[in-house]
Design a binder for this molecule. Structure first.
Ligand code: HEC
Length: 121
């Protein structure tokens, strides 16, 4: 009986740790690069996401990853949430099929690109 309880406790502890591990998903910039290529982000944001093809498309390269992640999530949420969502038909369509971890991977890739938006220390 005691053995069964301690086994259960060990299982719970393991699952708890696994949960924390999943929350702290380390962003994978290589996967982000693949997603940016397969979603054709450069068609608007330009080569290396640093040379937008038109002034209404923002430069992205080098932007901080937390900013990019937040922006992408806001397009996903959309204008239905006025406190958080961003309303833009083009970008909302771009991000609908992506998971939260995809967005983090894309954000890590964007930050890794050389750009002139952010002064690196
Ligand atoms: C058809 C053109 C187009 C494509 C393709 C496109 N974007 Fe955009 N993107 C835009 C436009 C237009 C905006 C500005 C929207 C606004 O005013 O909120 C924008 C804004 C953004 C922003 C916010 C930038 C900021 O400084 O706030 C991010 C991040 C972004 N795009 C990432 C991406 C990623 C990643 C992809 C590929 C998955 C992508 N975009 C594909 C047109 C595009």
């Amino acid at each position: 009986m005691n053995q069964r309880i301690s086994k259960l406790a060990a299982t719970v502890a393991f699952l708890g740790l696994a949960g924390v591990g999943a929350g702290a998903h380390a962003a994978d910039a290589d996967n982000g690069k693949n997603l940016v290529a397969s979603h054709n982000c450069a068609a608007c944001h330009g080569a290396n996401l640093n040379t937008p093809v038109s002034p209404e498309y923002p430069k992205l390269a080098g932007q901080f990853d937390d900013y990019i992640f937040f922006a992408l999530r806001a397009y996903q949420v959309g204008g239905g949430n006025p406190l958080f969502g961003r309303t833009n038909a083009i970008m909302s369509a771009q991000v609908q099929g992506l998971s939260e971890s995809d967005l983090r991977d894309i954000a890590a890739y964007v930050e890794s690109l050389p750009g002139d938006l952010v002064q690196k220390k």
